[in-house]
Design a protein around this ligand. Structure first.
Ligand code: BDP
Length: 323
């Protein structure tokens, strides 16, 4: 009997270690985009790698389609560790970490390739570090590509004057409201999930985004005109709750960084394919793609770059210098 009890006592801590190791960390990943979207696919692949490389110590579950809430809500949950990882637009990070607004400025990147070079290089890492080193309680790990954003509206915008007075949805960031107002529109901030019905009911006359979002969030059902202003090219950070990060071993932290960076590179190929396919589908569904002179939009938004960019003049010069 005594022997048996000793054995039990000896085995117990071992059993505990085993079972806690088997479920050391469960990652819930929140995404506003639906299943099959480039970011979702790349993040799921990242999760599979994490599970495999951690011998089951880390589990990963994707919650796509906004089921855990809007990006703002999800960020709040990540801050307290209730959601472990997410990807959000940099747009909604700006009001909390103003330094990231350098990337949120209209026409700050020459084109899509320029943005990609920046996020892959040292400036991209610096902006991730700004998020990590802020009071946000998040660790910013990598960038997803969110393409180039243009205007879509219920009535055509063929020149900047046509935008006058139109109510256009933007993300909740004062910079974007200023940007839309500077272009002559009437900026209205709301969450992604509210756009569809706001378009249908006429609360807004349009929004601005990339072709995959116009398609996959069904905004094209009301907004049939896509005016290629290309005014914003917003990269999208993948973040982990610092509360979660602190529970990882140094080896696991290195692993998370590595697979997140791999997801950054993988998503880009998915993005290009999805953008091309979306364009085809949108055109087939009757959406008119309107080529427009970008210069008036660029000129109109100069005061916005001045207002938000003056204090980051050096950084903006470094961005412009990247070829
Ligand atoms: C999409 C971004 C997503 C944003 C959305 C928006 O990928 O993160 O939530 O735009 O504007 O392009 O709300």
């Amino acid at each position: 009997m005594i022997f048996k009890r000793k054995l039990l006592l000896a085995v117990l801590p071992f059993a505990f270690t085993l079972s806690s190791a088997a479920h050391a960390l469960d990652i819930k990943f929140a995404e506003i985009h639906p299943a099959g979207y480039p970011t979702v696919v790349a993040e799921q692949n990242m999760g599979k790698k994490l599970e495999a490389a951690s011998n089951g110590e880390i589990t990963f579950k994707m919650f796509a389609g906004g089921v855990l809430g809007s990006e703002k809500e999800v960020i709040e949950q990540a801050q307290i560790g209730a959601v472990q990882m997410t990807r959000v637009s940099l747009g909604i990070v700006g009001p909390v970490v103003p330094d990231v607004n350098v990337f949120n400025m209209p026409f700050v990147f020459r084109d899509h390739d320029h943005m990609r070079k920046i996020i892959d290089g040292e400036i991209g890492q610096e902006i991730l570090d700004k998020i990590t080193n802020s009071e946000f309680n998040l660790v910013a790990l990598a960038w997803m590509d969110g393409g180039t954003r243009s205007l879509y509206t219920k009535k055509p915008v063929r020149k900047i004057e046509d935008l006058k007075g139109m109510k256009i949805r933007v993300q909740g960031n004062p910079l974007f409201l200023d940007m839309m107002n500077a272009m002559g529109g009437n900026g209205i901030a709301m969450d992604t999930g509210e756009i569809f019905s706001a378009l249908q009911t006429g609360v807004i006359d349009g929004a601005e985004n990339n072709p995959p979002t116009l398609l996959e969030h069904n905004h094209f059902q009301s907004a049939k005109y896509f005016t290629l202003t290309g005014h914003l090219i917003l990269p999208e950070p993948v973040v982990m709750s610092k509360t979660t990060w602190d529970k990882l071993t140094p080896e696991q932290q290195t692993l998370v960084k590595k697979v997140a960076r791999e997801a950054q590179m993988e998503e880009r190929a998915l993005w290009d394919a999805k953008s091309a396919a979306s364009e085809e589908k949108l055109k087939a569904a009757g959406v008119e793609f309107i080529e427009v002179d970008k210069k008036p939009f660029y000129d109109a938004t100069a005061p916005v770059r001045e207002k938000y960019g003056a204090q980051y003049a050096d950084l903006m010069k470094r961005i412009a210098d990247v070829q």
